[in-house]
Design a protein around this ligand. Structure first.
Ligand SMILES: C[S@@+](CC[C@H](N)C(=O)[O-])C[C@H]1O[C@@H](n2cnc3c(N)ncnc32)[C@H](O)[C@@H]1O
Length: 214
């Protein structure tokens, strides 16, 4: 686990790959307590039939079913994730549901060779991506003007919320490559969006942020 070290630091991919190699098998169960935030985040994307959506750091594809419901078979999901272990599970999910409109890209968000101009982007519990300016540039560069962008994830609660922060620390230590930026995880994203709004959940330990590409 790296310590905070300046505004241009890039996430350490080797840490992340090791974390998600260990977690992939039980990941879907571990995320159960956070599923209400996923539902809220996907609702905020304001998706319509036929839309294209980028699921950045898609993991095992837990968001796909709710995204499919909104975009329908004419829509398109592009799931980006560098973890072969997580992406293999996403692939199994796609096969099992016979979704013909999901493209899985095994890459970091910074390097992903995206071929779309998407209507929306989802960053669901993707702290490392939100801290990486290069990744945000690449994703935002593949969105239509006015595209809806929603992010949610862990954050530090106010300092006096000690039990919440103990929970956040425990969860973050095995899901992010650095604790840097947990005080304001959406800050880099917010600079790229208009109509930016953020609110807290889970006693301040989770944020849900939304805006549109400027
Ligand atoms: C906590 S999981 C979230 C997975 C999924 N979004 C969800 O909500 O279930 C974080 C995911 O981000 C991925 N990730 C880590 N670094 C990344 C990067 N630089 N670009 C894209 N995805 C990344 C990890 O491999 C992991 O699958």
């Amino acid at each position: 686990m790296a310590l905070p070290s300046g505004p241009r630091r890039r996430p350490d991919l080797s840490v992340s790959l090791a974390q998600y190699r260990r977690r992939a098998e039980h990941y879907d169960l571990e995320l159960l307590p956070f599923e209400p935030f996923r539902a809220e985040a996907i609702g905020l994307l304001d998706l319509h039939d036929g839309d294209t959506v980028l699921d950045v750091g898609c993991g095992t594809g837990l968001s796909f079913a709710a995204l499919e419901q909104r975009i329908g078979p004419r829509g398109h999901i592009v799931g980006v994730d560098p973890s072969p272990d997580m992406l293999a599970r996403a692939g199994s999910r796609v096969t099992q549901h016979h979704w013909a409109n999901v493209e899985l890209v095994r890459a970091c968000a910074a390097d992903a060779p995206l071929q779309v101009a998407a209507d929306a982007a989802l960053f669901h519990f993707t702290h490392d991506v939100l801290q990486d300016e290069v990744a945000l540039d690449n994703v935002c560069g593949h969105l239509k003007p006015g595209a809806h962008v929603v992010a949610c994830g862990l954050q530090w609660a106010p300092f006096w919320m000690v039990p919440t922060n103990a929970f956040v620390l425990g969860a973050a230590l095995y899901s992010v490559s650095s604790l840097a930026g947990l005080d304001c995880p959406w800050e880099r994203l917010s600079r790229r969006l208009t109509g930016f709004q953020v609110h807290d959940g889970m006693l301040g330990g989770v944020f849900v942020a939304q805006g549109r590409l400027a």
